[in-house]
Design a protein around this ligand. Structure first.
Ligand code: KG4
Ligand code: ZN
Length: 323
């Protein structure tokens, strides 16, 4: 079976082809137009998707030596995400699918992140705990089985990616802030400033990052000549320590030894380095599967289609900003 995957939930335009659980070709175009505004501008994001989807689809097809007539189904992200962006991808998928007379497989973007680890580790141990850490979400999931997930903890306010991005903006760094802070932190001292590690004492697996952001703001206001390297490094350390503490607590509570990370923040080099020093088994998707991509959409789409009892064309598929 050959599935064409389309991802346009935010500011990455992605197209990929998955054949029998192997991603054979993919391309992701990151929209740089937003950098000058310090964050994603939804209207511009949808227009950029519209502009490039067709071109990227042609590119991916030609690189894989396939034609549209070889595609059996189209998997497309239908939420959660920016409404306009999602509509760009879903409308494109509807046109293609109806023209070709093949089904659409609607894919939940978060579920695709959770399953992205199976692209490279198809026989990864289940149950495991999957920590989805991205620009929009910070969620701990207990993965009991294929398509059987339980949400066991989440952020009560900002997502950890937002903590990186908003912190970076406050420090005058470009968007997206996560990779910038990651890079600058390598030159700083992570123990120089003792930023708070919120909710570590709470008896659940929930997290909070808005107070940490406020304490960064206060620090910057009170210290005119701060060392940017040390501030970034210490701020990043507070985010990472909070993530690791909650992750470890959940693994211990459920007596599970395998932890998986996914989403954009899983690309953070310090987080990866610190988790390696723990005794449990941690799995990270390759960098290209951490941030938004169509590989995970095509991959999960095929998996869902093969496991579905009722196969529909889904030409009436809708989009959802929250799911
Ligand atoms: O999963 P993703 O590409 O998009 C969402 O679905 O949100 O995640 C984007 C987030 C942004 O907040 C970005 O700053 C963060 O991932 N990010 C990082 C790193 N690379 C991307 N955060 C920390 N360190 C990184 N190296
Ligand atoms: Zn994402």
């Amino acid at each position: 079976m050959i599935v064409l995957g389309i991802e346009t939930s935010c500011d990455e335009t992605g197209v990929a082809i998955c054949q029998n659980s192997q991603v054979i070709e993919s391309h992701t175009k990151t929209q740089l137009i937003h950098n000058q505004y310090g964050g994603v501008v939804p209207e511009l994001a949808s227009r950029e998707h519209e502009k490039y989807l067709s071109e990227i689809t042609d590119l991916v097809l030609s690189k894989s030596n396939l034609e549209l007539s070889n595609i059996d189904a189209i998997a497309v992200t239908n939420g959660p995400g920016l409404m306009g962006s999602l509509l760009s991808g879903v409308s494109f998928a509807k046109g293609l699918a109806q023209g070709l007379g093949i089904p659409i497989i609607p894919v939940n973007h978060l579920e695709a992140h959770l399953n992205s680890i199976f692209i490279e580790h198809p026989s990864l141990e289940i149950p495991h705990i999957n920590f989805l850490i991205s620009g929009g979400h910070t969620q701990l999931w207990l993965v009991n089985n294929l398509f059987d997930y339980k949400l066991i903890g989440q952020t009560l306010d900002d997502a950890c990616g937002e903590a990186f991005d908003k912190g970076a903006k406050l420090l005058g760094l470009p968007y997206p802030g996560g990779p910038e802070i990651d890079k600058i932190s390598k030159k700083g001292n992570p123990s120089k400033i003792n930023f708070p590690r919120p909710m570590l004492q709470s008896d659940n697996f929930d997290l909070s990052f808005s107070g940490l952001k406020t304490s960064l703001l206060n620090y910057v206001r009170q210290n005119d000549n701060y060392d940017l390297n040390d501030v970034c490094s210490s701020y990043q350390e507070a985010i990472i320590d909070t993530l690791i503490a909650k992750f470890d607590k959940a693994l211990n509570y459920y007596e599970i030894n395998t932890g998986v990370l996914c989403g954009g923040v899983a690309a953070n080099s310090r987080l990866r380095q610190k988790l390696e020093s723990l005794t449990k088994n941690f799995y990270f998707p390759a960098m290209k599967y951490c941030t938004d991509n169509a590989d995970m959409i095509a991959f999960l789409g095929e998996l869902k289609y093969k496991n579905s009892k009722q196969r529909k064309n889904n030409y009436d598929v809708n989009v959802f900003s929250k799911m």
